[in-house]
Write a protein that binds this ligand. Structure first.
Ligand code: ATP
Ligand code: LTN
Length: 337
């Protein structure tokens, strides 16, 4: 891993068993590609998962499951640094400093917080859910990341990160790299199969709206075949008029590594049924080896845990240096470490 490569960092929550197609196409697929060209840091953000109630055993299992799925998509610990957020205590430590740099009003404007807190109600909304984006700021700045590969829903959090980095640098002198979002236009937002006007989401889509990567292929095929398509019968990429068909075209084009225009052309004059049948097959062909590889990693938890421990060690060496600089800049007295 040459150090002159630009650095990327990203994270995914271990909040449900299986990743879904939105997670993969919107984010994780880019992670796999970027490990070839960038100094890449990827993590399972278990501390972020605690913002909503979690069963402890399930959280532990889901953290391993998330790591296994990341490896199964093609992340290679020889090419990137893969770790679990809570194994690197610097995240929580820098987060406090960042909380003290963030305005209450500024944090209150985060739309994901507003959505989630209104869904759960004030009594079930933790302070952690409110400060969630600031922990994410710390995640990113600790590694001096140049780019952050995520889906569109995370753009506002990256913008917050940029603002806080600039504020810190302005107040205390150049300390943090100001990161850019890395969001691919085509796959920035994969939509719910049942309601193609909203994003496919772990926490808010109905099961029929989500293609879970670890689902039985037959179940995925059924969901794809009952996906809501649009009036008319023409297969055309038109997200405004035909959001359902356009979503299926995007998924098919990306999984088969061709452009949407090529897929559009291939299905010219054919019906929605043909498109759905072919997509179901492509998804199943992709998902079967993915599930098998995930299972292999899970069947050997010792190897998995030791990969994650090595990842955490590499991550910590970077994070500790940045934290020490930030603590010094704000005037904390050095202690004995
Ligand atoms: P939730 O909707 O419950 O907040 P999630 O499904 O968005 O969860 P996360 O762990 O928050 O899952 O997201 C992991 C990554 O996947 C993020 O980079 C996010 O932007 C991306 N992502 C999630 N859903 C989609 C989607 N429908 N389209 C594109 N990218 C997505
Ligand atoms: N909030 C992100 C997960 C996340 C993240 C990060 C993404 C936590 N820390 C740092 C990029 C960089 C989400 O996907 N919901």
């Amino acid at each position: 891993m040459a150090n002159d490569r630009p650095r990327v960092l990203s994270g995914i929550q271990p909040t449900s068993g299986s990743f879904h197609m939105g997670n993969y196409l919107g984010a994780v697929r880019q992670w796999v590609a970027l490990q070839e060209t960038h100094d890449a840091f990827y993590m399972v953000v278990d501390l972020h998962a605690l913002t909503l109630p979690q069963d402890p055993r399930e959280l532990r299992a889901n953290t391993r499951l998330a790591a296994a799925q990341l490896l199964a998509t093609g992340l290679d610990p020889e090419r990137c640094t893969l770790f679990v957020q809570s194994h690197v205590p610097e995240h929580a430590q820098l987060s406090w400093v960042m909380e003290c740099m963030t305005g209450f009003g500024e944090a209150s404007r985060m739309t994901q917080f507003k959505d989630k807190s209104s869904r759960h109600g004030a009594d079930r909304t933790s302070v952690g859910l409110f400060t969630y984006p600031i922990l994410q700021v710390a995640d990113i700045l600790l590694y001096q990341a140049d780019q952050v590969p995520v889906g569109e829903d995370q753009r506002q959090h990256i913008e917050l990160t940029r603002n806080i980095a600039e504020r810190f640098n302005g107040r205390y002198g150049e300390t943090f790299t100001v990161p850019e979002p890395y969001i691919l236009r085509e796959t920035a937002k994969i939509f719910d199969l049942q309601d193609p006007t909203v994003k496919m989401s772990k926490s808010s889509s109905s099961p029929k709206g989500i293609i879970d990567l670890l689902d039985d292929p037959k179940a995925s095929a059924k969901k794809i075949k009952s996906a809501v398509t649009d009036t008319g019968s023409e297969i055309r990429f038109d997200p405004e008029q035909k959001p359902g068909v356009s979503n299926l075209l995007t998924i098919l084009a990306t999984l088969t590594d061709v452009t949407v225009a090529e897929v559009e052309q291939k299905y010219a004059g054919k019906g929605y049924g043909a498109l759905k049948t072919d997509l179901a097959e492509v998804v199943s062909e992709w998902a079967a080896p993915f599930s098998a590889r995930t299972r292999e990693y899970l069947d050997d938890p010792e190897t998995l845990d030791s990969l994650l421990a090595e990842g955490a060690e590499k991550a910590r060496s970077v994070a500790a240096e940045t934290l020490a600089q930030a603590y010094d800049k704000v005037g904390l007295l050095p202690g004995k470490h």
